[in-house]
Design a protein around this ligand. Structure first.
Ligand SMILES: Cc1cc2nc3c(=O)[nH]c(=O)nc-3n(C[C@H](O)[C@H](O)[C@H](O)COP(=O)(O)O)c2cc1C
Length: 371
C-alpha cells in the first residue's frame, strides 16, 4: 500500500517537475559560506571516495558526529558539459558544484563540526529524470539494495549519525537503505535530513528510524530544493532545537509548541523581546487560522522591549505584533505573502509544519520551555 501511494505521489511530482525545477535553480542566489570539506569533496568529481573521506576526517580527528548523505551529484553519469543552472540537482557556488543535499550536509558539518561522507553507489545512475524515476521504482519494488563503493569509514567511532538524501518517490533512495544495512547504526542517535521539490519528507523519516535500528531518532528537517541556498539559519535553528549545536554559543532557547496532540520543536531568539515573552511560558494562546498561512491569537501582556517589525515571514516563524497585540505562527507562504501590519519574529518552529494544514479554524496552542 505504501509503495502504491509512493508511486502515485511521484507521478504527481513528475508532472509538476518541469514547471518548478530549472527556473528555480536558475534564479537561485547561492550564498557564499565557508565550506572547506565540500570544496575538497566536489572540486574534482574523479576524486575517489576514500580521498574524500580522508580529507574530511583529517580536519576533525576527534569527531563523534558523522554526516552521511546521498545526492545525485557524484552518483550520476552527467555529461562533462552539464549546465548547472538548468539542472535540478546541482548547486553552483563560486564555480564549485554541490548536490542539493550535499549543500545542506556541508552546512550541518560546519555547524556541528562533523565528518562528511558521501554515500556512493558502484554503478552510477542515469542523468535522465524519467529513466531514473523508473530505475528507482524498480529498485523499490524489488527491495534492491545497490552496492556501495568501499571505503575505510570507522562507523564505531560515531555516536551521532546524520543521514541526508533527496526524497525519491516520497521516500529514501535505496542507496540510503544500502548504507543503513551495511553499517551498524544500532545504539546510535540518528538524525534524518532531506531535500525535495515541494512534496516534503513523505515516509522517509519512518524508513530511516526503522531501517537504521537507531537507539534514538531525532526530528528531521526537510528543505525544498529551491531554498537550499538560503537555508543556513533554518538549519542552525533546527540543530539548536534538537539539541545538537551549542546553545551557549547561539544563545537561543529550545522550546516546544503543543498543537493538539502534536509536540513541535522550536527555538526562541536571543533578543530582549523574546526573553521578555519567555517569562510568560508556559503560555497557552487561543489561536485562529487565517488565510491558510497563519494562526494568531491575542495575549494579555504588553511587552516593553519592542523592535522594528517586518511585513514578510518565513514558514515556521513565531511572531509578536504590537498593533494587534497578538502572537502568530506562520506556516505557509501563500500567494498573499505580504502582511498588512508589522510583525516581530521572536522564534521559529523547526519541526514539520503539516499539523497546521489539517487544524480547525481555532486551536489552543501552548508554548513552553524544554525541561
Ligand atoms: C527519481 C526522483 C524522484 C523524486 N521524487 C520526489 C518526490 O517524491 N517528492 C519531491 O518533493 N521531490 C522528489 N524528487 C526531487 C528531489 O528530491 C529534489 O530535487 C532533491 O532536492 C534533489 O537532491 P539532490 O540534488 O541532492 O539529489 C525526486 C527526484 C528524483 C530524481
Amino acid at each position: 500500500m505504501k509503495k502504491i501511494a509512493a508511486v502515485i505521489l511521484s507521478l504527481i511530482f513528475m508532472f509538476s517537475m518541469s514547471a518548478c525545477s530549472s527556473q528555480d535553480m536558475e534564479s537561485q542566489n547561492v550564498v557564499s559560506i565557508s565550506m572547506t570539506n565540500a570544496e575538497s569533496s566536489t572540486e574534482n568529481t574523479e576524486q575517489s571516495e576514500n580521498d574524500i573521506l580522508h580529507e574530511s576526517t583529517d580536519s576533525f580527528e576527534n569527531n563523534h558526529i558523522l554526516i552521511a548523505y546521498f545526492t545525485r551529484w557524484g552518483n550520476t553519469n552527467y555529461p562533462d558539459d552539464i549546465d548547472a543552472s538548468v539542472s535540478a540537482s546541482i548547486v553552483d557556488n563560486e564555480n564549485i558544484r554541490y548536490g542539493t543535499t550535499e549543500y545542506i550536509a556541508n552546512m550541518i558539518a560546519e555547524e556541528v563540526n562533523g565528518d562528511l561522507y558521501r554515500i556512493e553507489t558502484i554503478k552510477p545512475y542515469t542523468d535522465n529524470f524519467e529513466k531514473l524515476r523508473n530505475v528507482n521504482h524498480n529498485e523499490m519494488e524489488q527491495n534492491f539494495l545497490p552496492e556501495l563503493k568501499e571505503n575505510d569509514i570507522d562507523i564505531a567511532k560515531y555516536d551521532t549519525v546524520f543521514i541526508g538524501y533527496p526524497v525519491w518517490a516520497t521516500d529514501v533512495p535505496q542507496a540510503v537503505i544500502s548504507f543503513m544495512t551495511k553499517y551498524d547504526l544500532s545504539g546510535k542517535t540518528v538524525i534524518p535530513f532531506c531535500t525535495h521539490d515541494g512534496y516534503g519528507a513523505g515516509g522517509s523519516y519512518q524508513t530511516i528510524a526503522e531501517k537504521s535500528h537507531a537507539a534514538v531518532s531525532l526530528d528531521g528537517i526537510a528543505i525544498e530544493s529551491s531554498y537550499v541556498s538560503d537555508a543556513k539559519n533554518t538549519v542552525g535553528d533546527w540543530l539548536t532545537a534538537i539539541g545538537i549545536s551549542d546553545f551557549d554559543e547561539r544563545n537561543e532557547t529550545a522550546i516546544q509548541i503543543l498543537v493538539g496532540d502534536t509536540i513541535l520543536n522550536g527555538i526562541l531568539y536571543d533578543t530582549a523581546l523574546a526573553e521578555e515573552i519567555k517569562e510568560y511560558f508556559p503560555l497557552t494562546i487561543s489561536m485562529v487560522g487565517y488565510g491558510g498561512r497563519e494562526y494568531y491569537g491575542g495575549v494579555d501582556f504588553y511587552p516593553e522591549n519592542l523592535e522594528d517589525g517586518q511585513r514578510t515571514f518565513e514558514n515556521g516563524d513565531i511572531t509578536y505584533c504590537e498593533s494587534h497585540h497578538n502572537m502568530a505562527i506562520f506556516y505557509n507562504q501563500t500567494d498573499n505573502p505580504d502582511l498588512s501590519v508589522d510583525v516581530i519574529p521572536i522564534g521559529h518552529i523547526t519541526s514539520d509544519l503539516s499539523v497546521f494544514d489539517g487544524l480547525g479554524s481555532r486551536a489552543d496552542i501552548t508554548f513552553s520551555l524544554v525541561e
